[in-house]
Design a protein around this ligand. Sequence first.
Ligand code: HEM
Length: 361
Amino acid sequence: MRTPRAVSSFLSLSGLLLLAVSVAAGSKGYGGDGAAAGSNGSGGQEGSYKVPAYQKPVAGLDERYYEKSCPQMEEIVGRAVMKAVKADETLAASIIRLFFHDFAVGGVDGSILLDVPGHSEKYAQASRTLRGFELIEEIKKELEAKCHATVSCADILTAAARDAVASPAVRGPYWTLNYGRKDRKGYFSANTADRDVPMGGQSVTQLISFFEKNGLNIQDLVALSGAHTIGRATCGAVRPGLCKRRKEGGALLLLDRQYGDFLQRKCRAGGDGEYVELDGETPTAFDNQYYKNLVHGKGLLDTDQKLLADSRTGGFVRSYANQRSQAFVGQFAQSMRRLGEAQVLTGNEGEVRRKCSAVNY
Ligand code: HEM
């Protein structure tokens, strides 16, 4: 087992791939008065960041895992993600979420990608609005053609999520990855996913224990929840928490009145399938606005807003809200890497699937 490089530098993916894709990331606030995305200049990464040494190397994972067997792996994944996100910017957030949902049940093992109609994780209520499956399968197909039976679906999804964060549509950080994850040989049931994947109704204690059970800590929970600085939620997922907050009110379940009215109007008109931006102020900027929103009672999900009031998480929320975006961005990158290495299968514990949607036979 090799110790990963002591220091990983963040570089812009676009710089790495030399792909000159420029995307205008304009945005409107939820009420029309939000700042333009990236207008504070803190969302996208300029120059490079340094992360501290990664403390606990995972046996079987290595930065150079595909160096000989599939040296073009990262380039193939990166190009495919860039192309897909250029065609549909909303896909970037969806790929990041797909990665989180894969992690949430059994670690990042490609189990979310298995397609057993009506039975597997993909068919859970919690998976209803997941997207990005086709992109991962397309990448897999290309990698099978170039490096047969070599690159796992779990590694593809991990790299794709990282590249989605760094893509021009999101302009978040880029971090180096260790590879060597194997794919799970069986599927988890839809019921298991609905039991395990947090979807907005949990208490902070439940969220903390979910993260801790999966090898992550409270700071990871707060930093990774910052993924909600981009992307969308459906009114169906938002409504229960919103009704509760409106009814109960009070400091604990703070809800800005104007924001609450806006959400009620939007969801009443559009129904459960209507989309609402998770960060109503700068919905497409990868910045610390999500935390500022929580401080002002403008968290969209009940679980997000609760992070402010709880003494175990509130300090992190305030600190990310008060510092420059870089503090959050750096921790997010680190926590994403931890998320991608927690509970993974390596060596003989899994397989390299030929197709991401089915186990080998
Ligand atoms: C802490 C517990 C979490 C809860 C309760 C939660 C819940 C949710 C819910 C309810 C949605 C909207 C789903 C819909 O209606 O379509 C959502 C969206 C999203 N979540 Fe989370 N989430 C959590 C953590 C995370 C983490 C750790 C990440 C990534 C690191 C993440 C990334 C995203 C993204 C990017 C979206 C937007 C997806 C899109 O626009 O397609 N979430 N989340």
